[in-house]
Design a protein around this ligand. Structure first.
Ligand SMILES: [Zn+2]
Length: 536
């Protein structure tokens, strides 16, 4: 009997944390950051206390109380006494690994808390993106997926000593096991990138090099299959796990309508042949009945940008490399330059280490890098390297200001504070190519975004507007965002073609969709509950 216990991703989009147990072999399927629950309690200025380690996320129900699962450098020895009466409390034996489906934090974020001897199984691209994301951000203690700074075990009582310890820059990298290629066949640039930055010295003490070379997935206690799938970030995959009850398939996040939809189709064909016992399937987009394709995003974006004679801002997630390439093509077709931020350049350069089809920034005439006006005089090392490597590609606010009609700026809401330096001319265009707000905080940000656009007399296109308390993109301005998730009809098709004995929906606000639509299909749908176990 295989036991599947669900600690996240239940009636919510994201935060997936699934424990698979087969005898004394155990795996986690993703270990994501639970945005929705986190937002119930926390905001920008009220965060879990880094110094309190595991206590805050455990008490607030953000992490399941599973003794033996977490790093011991971030807990006090008495910690678990407090949770013995919690109905979800358990002492967990050895966990053989976490299967990471992709690098979105709602699937990967809380890997930060796991014991460092639990290996992370994933694709090479996902491993590299987790590192690039962490290198280029000030990742909070609860989002340090690729490497972390171990806390001193014994806190010194002398305050001076404590100050010294906090300067210690030791970083410990997790063991990543690559399932889709041979780590020994990676080129030297890729190998170098993996350990880059993990040897920082402090003035008083040279700390150890704690890089951990990539390994293969063949040593896992389970026979695993990794299936690349199409999603809104490169490197996404689904997993097949051969258990004593048969194959268990975990979809991660996926779609059929993206540029790499073929990957998802191959996944469906190959898993159907395994005649799986169970399919754990995402259901983000169950209520949608149709999809916008990336090709439509290109056509619709081109149509509106081609007739603009002023500055264009394109608002989309640059981690969605397909979307970035769509806007790069639009920039070429309209004789503009696409200006991306240094962190986006770093990500693009990183993915190119593994996927040669990604453009080389140095060779791509239509691609430039925007240097923030108020950037620090001593930028972080990764950023300094980007500025140095692409020296001739750097544009400043003054460059954009004097030739506004020549640029498409890849800005999001959070970059708008650059506008006072750019002074966009009235009638500049703001193209919104992302999803509608799905929580209160995002709605507040959208109100602010509209105020910014009013202040600088922008013309918005594809922007959600509020009417009767609902935020919606006007019908005539739709078609500028291709979702990372399959629509309801596609999801049903995926389920029916794979035809598992049991289907378990996760990552959805409407999991009963599957019950309503699959009741006569011969597939048994079981809805998981938070902390509940399903035996297959
Ligand atoms: Zn995702």
């Amino acid at each position: 009997m295989v036991r599947l216990t669900f600690y996240g991703g239940i009636n919510e989009i994201g935060g997936n944390k699934i424990l698979l147990e087969d005898g004394d072999r155990r795996l986690l399927l993703d270990f994501g950051f639970p945005y929705k629950r986190h937002k119930l309690f926390y905001e920008e200025y009220l965060k879990p206390r880094g110094g309190a380690g595991l206590l805050d996320p455990l008490v607030m129900g953000l992490l399941p109380p599973l003794e033996g699962l977490y790093r011991d450098d971030i807990m006090s020895p008495e910690l678990w006494q407090q949770f013995q009466d919690n109905p979800l409390y358990r002492e967990l034996g050895r966990v053989d690994g976490v299967l990471l489906s992709h690098a979105h934090l709602d699937h990967s974020g809380y890997i930060s808390f796991l014991r460092d001897d639990i290996p992370v199984y994933t694709t090479a691209v996902t491993a590299f993106i987790t590192k690039a994301m962490q290198d280029s951000s000030r990742a909070d203690f609860d989002q340090q997926v690729c490497y972390f700074s171990p806390k001193a075990q014994e806190y010194p009582t002398d305050w001076k000593q404590k100050a010294f310890l906090s300067k210690n820059n030791t970083k410990q990298q997790r063991q990543f096991c690559i399932a889709d290629r041979n780590p020994e066949a990676l080129n030297s640039d890729a190998v170098q990138f993996w350990s880059w930055g993990l040897w920082e010295k402090t003035k008083r003490q040279k700390t150890g090099l704690f890089s951990c070379p990539l390994d293969t997935h063949s040593r896992c206690a389970f026979n695993l299959r990794c299936f690349p799938v199409d999603h809104s970030i490169p490197g996404a995959c689904a997993w097949g796990i051969e258990t004593s009850s048969g194959w268990v398939i975990y979809s991660g996040d996926l779609r059929l309508h993206g540029k790499r939809g073929e990957l998802t189709r191959r996944f469906i064909g190959e898993t159907a042949e395994l005649r799986p016992k169970a399919l754990i399937l995402e259901g983000t987009g169950v209520e949608r009945t149709s999809n916008v394709t990336e090709q439509e995003v290109y056509q619709n974006g081109l149509k509106v940008i081609a007739v603009s004679n002023e500055l264009v801002i394109a608002d989309f997630s640059p981690r969605d490399v397909d979307r970035l390439l769509t806007f790069l093509q639009i920039a070429k077709d309209t004789d503009r330059k696409l200006a991306i931020l240094p962190k986006d350049a770093y990500l693009l350069k990183t993915v190119r280490l593994l996927e040669t089809g990604i453009p080389d920034i140095a060779q791509e005439d239509s691609l430039v890098i925007y240097q923030e006006t108020t950037a620090s005089k001593s930028p972080a090392l990764w950023m300094r390297n980007i500025y140095q490597e692409y020296d001739s590609k750097i544009v400043l606010a003054s460059d954009v200001k004097s030739a506004q009609e020549q640029f498409i700026l890849c800005f999001s809401f959070f970059d708008l504070n650059e506008l006072p330096s750019i002074c966009p001319k009235p009638g500049s265009l703001y193209v919104y190519s992302s999803s509608e707000p799905h929580n209160e905080e995002q709605e507040i940000d959208f109100r602010r975004l509209h105020e910014w656009l009013k202040r600088f007399k922008f013309r918005g296109f594809g922007l959600p507007v509020e009417s009767n308390g609902e935020w919606q993109i006007p019908d005539v301005e739709r078609g500028l965002h291709a979702s990372g998730h399959a629509c309801g009809t596609d999801l049903l098709q995926i389920a029916q073609q794979i035809k598992p004995e049991v289907l378990i929906p996760v990552h959805s606000e409407h999991p009963d969709f599957y019950i309503n639509h699959l009741n006569s299909s011969g597939i048994k749908v079981i809805l998981p509950t938070l902390g509940g176990t399903i035996e297959v």
